[in-house]
Design a protein. Structure first.
Length: 220
């Protein structure tokens, strides 16, 4: 797999709390240079990026990184992000609802976010490191039923990141219209190729450029 092929699947990511505009500008310049799928950035940077970089595909996060914001807050975040120029939203589910067995609430929240997102892309972060096998399978069905575009393994801020085993599990239980995004813990070129070969359409990482070219961003 060539570098160019890999970059087409990368959400070039910078989500650290201390991210500066200078770092975001560097991220955007790299994304343009290497033709990554998107930049994935904090919501507060969406509007400045949209103003400065025009056609750059902007992804941002909703309810990030813990997911326990009330649904109304997530919906308002989504509306604001789209108005500011984002075209892809990565939302974090309420994991407490999963642990309480309130799966109808989880599905309702995803459905409401997808209604707001419309033709734009909604990715659902389920944070696999906190889930049982049964919960992962149930969430595959919920993400499918709610109409989301992607199921995403992790925030990159949990106790563990993406695992090939989870990607393969997702692949066996999501509907045909749902794609897979891996994030967190992708540390080598071999990892990038393995996750793509396993069925990921996107990989969220800040380290792809460093891994593939020997320079650029540092891993989060």
């Amino acid at each position: 797999m060539t570098n160019e092929e890999i970059f087409r699947h990368i959400d070039h990511t910078l989500l650290k709390a201390v991210s500066s505009w200078a770092e975001i500008e560097k991220l955007c310049a790299e994304a343009i240079c290497f033709k990554t799928a998107s930049v994935c950035v904090p919501p507060s940077f969406v509007k400045p990026i949209s103003s400065a970089y025009g056609n750059l595909n902007i992804c941002t996060v909703i309810g990030f990184p813990l997911g326990y914001s009330v649904s109304a807050a997530k919906q308002r975040e989504a509306e604001a992000a789209l108005a500011d120029g984002a075209s892809e939203l990565d939302m974090v589910i309420n994991i407490g609802d999963v642990k309480n067995g309130a799966f109808e609430k989880v599905e309702g929240e995803i459905s409401a976010l997808k209604k707001i997102t419309g033709k734009n892309i909604l990715k659902v972060i389920v944070e696999t490191c906190y889930l049982t096998q049964e919960e992962k399978i149930r969430l595959c069905k919920i993400v499918t039923s709610a109409g989301a575009d992607y199921i995403k393994t992790s925030t990159g801020f949990g106790t563990a990141g993406a695992a090939i085993e989870d990607v393969l599990l997702f692949k066996g239980h999501i509907g045909p219209g749902v794609k897979i995004k891996a994030a967190g813990g992708v540390k080598t070129r071999d990892d990038l190729e393995k996750f793509l070969a396993a069925g990921c359409e996107r990989i969220g990482t800040s380290s792809a450029i460093a891994l593939l070219t020997g320079g650029g961003a540092s891993a989060y």
